[in-house]
Design a protein around this ligand. Structure first.
Ligand code: SF4
Length: 378
């Protein structure tokens, strides 16, 4: 008996988990015409089909071949909760019962909706255990698959249309998890979203956030030069950074700086630097000077993130005067700044709050990191 293709050793394969590079290989192996492959791809990613039986215009023989080896999973809306501040938290139930979350933030100006952004998750939990981050405290459960990332975007868009009668203007990979630590799925999702028929805003309105995985920062610049980059620095002092973000021991600041330079050279975009101000930890004038020195002439915008005054973490929001003094030092160094406050605290969707309990059946509150909105440079 002929040996099965290595990608088909474990059946059924979930088409939504299949890396884009493997689609061609599988369909070629099954001897299915590329036009039919494209039809199936569109059905999965543009039309949200969850059933191979219902995809139209597929010859019966090809359909049967696919039914023998493949399946399509789906993510369903579990909950959509509105915060008093107008933001929304969308929880999706994944095919294996896991939960993932996205936050929707409409921004109004004089009664007019100016911008509507969403932040989606890339993993359930996270490996890196940053001390201010609820996701980090829950440990790592699993990566989200490409299809699960695209599902989040689609469901977020649907919710935005239903609730606000408008489209999604900006998308941030800043929910649970470290997107760059799930690079292949995130990159495939970005590739899919390049197609105007796929869900999601234009690539130039998509931002990927990272704690500084420098190899992946370079890959992102090469693979998706139109996509924007945000780096959670939180301290420009290596020792302090390692205390609050243990992964920093492997992600030294000079290497991150070089990767940001590379990204800027390749893409021409300014980098967003996210900096969560924590009282007595990283908010002193000396910390600001170090940050200014670290960034130097790099085209960057610093988003200073203010914790909610009442948070479940041990960290506290600094006095406004301290934030202003910090900001002034950056301003006088010629570094543009922006100050953001957390949204959705009352629904556990604020920056640093997304955390799904170990049983993955409920969402609980505690402080998470940077997952605030960053400024629009698009
Ligand atoms: S801050 Fe980001 S990288 Fe750190 S633990 Fe949280 S999700 Fe992971």
């Amino acid at each position: 008996m002929a040996t099965r293709h290595h990608l088909l050793q474990k059946l059924p394969i979930d088409l939504k988990r299949l890396p884009l590079t493997d689609w061609k290989e599988i369909f070629d192996y099954l001897n299915i015409d590329p036009a039919i492959r494209d039809r199936v791809f569109r059905a999965v990613y543009h039309e949200n089909t969850a059933d191979l039986e219902t995809i139209p215009e597929i010859p019966e023989t090809d359909r049967n071949k696919l039914l023998e080896v493949a399946t399509i999973t789906r993510s369903d809306v579990h909950e959509l909760v509105r915060s008093e501040d107008g933001s929304w938290k969308l929880t999706l139930r994944l095919h294996d019962g896991g939960l993932t979350e996205a936050v929707i933030i409409p921004e109004w100006s004089g009664g007019t909706l100016r911008k509507c952004s969403a932040s989606i998750s890339s993993q359930i939990g996270c490996f890196f255990g940053c001390s201010f981050c609820a996701t980090g405290q829950m440990g790592f459960h699993r990566n989200l698959a490409t299809g699960e990332l695209v599902d989040q975007v689609r469901e977020v868009e649907k919710a935005v249309r239903a609730k606000l009668d408008t489209g999604l203007t900006h998308l941030y990979f800043m929910g649970m998890g470290e997107p760059m630590n799930n690079y292949r799925a995130v990159s495939d999702a970005l590739t899919i979203m390049r197609d105007p028929e796929a869900p999601g805003p234009a690539p130039s309105r998509i931002t990927v956030s990272t704690v500084g995985l420098f190899r992946q920062i370079r890959m992102l610049a090469l693979d998706h030069p139109e996509v924007r980059l945000a780096i959670s620095i939180h301290s420009a002092d290596q020792t302090t950074r390692e205390q609050i973000m243990p992964v920093s021991a492997k992600l030294d600041l000079p290497s991150i700086r070089e990767a940001m330079e590379f990204h800027h050279r390749r893409t021409g975009h300014a980098v967003t630097i996210q900096y969560l101000l924590m009282d007595g930890v990283n908010d002193r004038p000396d910390d600001a000077r170090k940050l200014a020195g670290y960034l130097g002439a790099l085209p960057a915008v610093v988003t200073l993130i203010m914790l909610n005054p009442v948070s479940a973490s041990d960290y506290r929001r600094p006095e406004v005067q301290k934030m202003q003094a910090f900001r002034m030092i950056l301003d006088t160094s010629g570094i543009p700044t922006d100050v953001r406050y957390c949204y959705g605290e009352d629904i556990e969707a604020g920056c640093g709050q997304l955390k799904i309990a170990a049983d993955q059946k409920r969402v609980s509150m505690s402080m998470r990191h940077r997952h605030n909105m960053v400024p629009d440079h698009g």
